[in-house]
Design a protein around this ligand. Sequence first.
Ligand code: FEO
Length: 167
Amino acid sequence: MQLPETLLKSLNDQIALELSSAYAYFGMAAWFEHQALTGFATWMKLQGKEELGHAKKFYEYVIDRGGRVQLQALGQPVQEFASPLAVFEASLAHEQKVSAAICAIHEAAGNAKDYATQSFLKWFLDEQVEEEKTVNEMIGRLRLIGDSRPGLFQLDREAARRAEAEK
Ligand code: FEO
């Protein structure tokens, strides 16, 4: 089963997108560290680590299908944010971009009758639902607490616990 050339290009682009996701999350983590919100920083570092895992899954898949991995340059991630809410909103926008990219590859794989790639992408489609849900929940809670500092510290502690539980 030869990997179609267009899909190979999309899969290599996806490796870059997943690595940029990791970079974006480490940028967010660094901002949280600077704000002394170490729970959110831990959450973002864990998220970044997961993205490296996603990139590796795409990398291995390209190799498994006999394709050549071609790495790309990564842009500098955003490291300045207006608020914790702005960070999570940026995270959601990023995840929505990743979801759209995975859906587009899934569709292209269907058009190319490359059912193996569709099967491989199933895990990512499920993962994106979960990731968007988790980020959306945090956005809802940050909106709920508004400017409350005690509320923010409470959420920061909870973020640390969630990250700890998923390690
Ligand atoms: Fe690998 Fe969060 O998408």
